[in-house]
Structures are given as C-alpha cells and as structure tokens.
Design a binder for this molecule. Sequence first.
Ligand code: NAP
Length: 252
Amino acid sequence: MDFSNKTILVTGAARGIGRAVAQAFAQRGGTVAVHYRTSGAEAQTLTRALPGQAHAAFRADVSDPAACEKLINEVVGRYGRLDVLVNNAGIYEVKPVKDLSYAAWQATWKNTLDANLVGPANLCFLAAKAMMQQKSGHIINISSRGAFRGEPDAPAYGAAKAGLNQLSQSLAWALAQYNIFVGVVAPGFVRTDMAAELLDGPQGEAIRAQSPLKRAATPEEIAEAVVRLAADGMLYATGCILDVNGASYLRS
Ligand code: NAP
C-alpha cells in the first residue's frame, strides 16, 4: 500500500480516529490534508509531526455547506488533486427520548444529521466532482456499528450512520463509471474522546465484554481498515461496509 503522490483529505483529523487515519496514510507516503474544526493547535502539531513535507491543516465546520465547498476548493487548489476523501468527522450526542423536550429532540436531529450525514454527503459530492475531472478517486466514510445494532440513547446518530451507509452504496454504484470507489468502515467502540465517558464509566466493563476480545478498538485498528479499503488492490470491494467491531455485533 503506497500512497506516494496521493492527496488524502481526512476530516476530523486532529484527534481520535481521524488522527490515526492521517498518520496511517502519511506513513505510507501520502500527503495529508489535515482537517479540523475547533482543534486547531492539535491539527498544527499533527501536521508538523507527520512523516513527509507537504501536509497542511485546513479548518471547516462540515455542518456548513459553504465551508465544505471552501474546504474542497482549498485542498484541490493547493495540491491540484484529491485522491482520497475520508469522511471521519462526527458527533455523538446521548439524547434519550425520555429526557427530551420536543424542541431538544429537533435540535439533536438537526445537529446530528448536519454533522454526520448532510456534511459528509456534501463533501462526497464536491470531492466526486474533482475526482471525476481526474478520472480517479476513493471515498471512505466512517459509519458505526450503531447503524445496524441501533442506538437507543442516540437515535439520530444511528439514523445518520444508516443514511451514510446507504449514501455510500448509492455513490459506489453511481461513481464506479468514473473510476471512483466508495467504501465504508463501521467501527464498534473505539478508545477516543467520543467513547471515553462510556468506556470509563460504570458501563465500561459491560461494553468491553460485548466483544469476545474484551476490549474496545484502538484508533489505529480503525485506521488500518481505512487505508486498506482505499488501496488500489481493493477496488472490487467498492460499496462494501467493513465491520471493525471485534465481533461485538455480527450480521450476515
Ligand atoms: P472524537 O474523538 O470525538 O473526534 C471527533 C472529530 O470530529 C474531531 O476531530 C472534531 O473536530 C470533528 N468534528 C465534529 N463535529 C464537526 C463538525 N461539525 N465539523 C468539523 N469537524 C467536526 O471522535 P472519534 O471517536 O474519533 O470518531 C470519529 C468517527 O468515528 C466519527 O464519525 C464517529 O461517529 C465514528 N465512530 C466512533 C466510534 C467510537 O467509539 N469512538 C464508534 C463508531 C464510530 P474538532 O476537534 O477539530 O472540533
């Protein structure tokens, strides 16, 4: 897996899974556009630490359609191409129905869909336009086990990730004729800020026991799956959803 001369945009790359994905591509020769929203200092530190010279950090709120357009234009403007888009940025809001007013219910749906589904859809669209020009590209979307297993305390999150799965599969079909390949990685629990409260809380042991490996994934394990799915040897896997959940939820 050699990503030399390839430009990879990783959203939410300043921390968590995104940071590990950025590192994995850079270690294999890729030039990484390190996207961040609020974690500017972390993004700059990572950009300097990655092996290779041409990496750069880019700020955008993916919930904002105009910011998505600016981001893709900046990346393509700087590097002249975009070979891989990894839609990793996302939010997870614990919002059980029993605790919410109707207004709060609507707010969490809007926030979650904007960040986890509409934003990635906009970036897929904009990246696909650039990739169509160069007649090649990969898009990898980070979904979640929750799309299949359900998210009783975060139903908007589960719905957004299920939508992301279907968006990815439709795009895999639509874009193959342009030599653009679309895949999904669907993690179970991963040890990042997003999952820290649950993993470190009273439910932590029960969560780890969901997997026969008795632990959550590391961000590096998710990154390994992303890089493999973006490799040219995996073109025929376009449209696939790769579960990386430690056998904590099996579907067939
Ligand atoms: P994390 O540590 O909480 O990091 C979230 C990242 O998303 C941050 O880099 C953040 O950027 C970015 N982000 C959030 N909202 C954004 C917005 N509106 N615009 C731009 N960037 C935004 O989360 P993580 O665990 O690494 O999760 C990464 C992906 O994996 C997410 O899509 C998540 O749903 C998925 N996932 C995670 C788990 C898990 O257990 N951790 C399980 C399944 C799936 P800033 O810090 O710069 O604001």
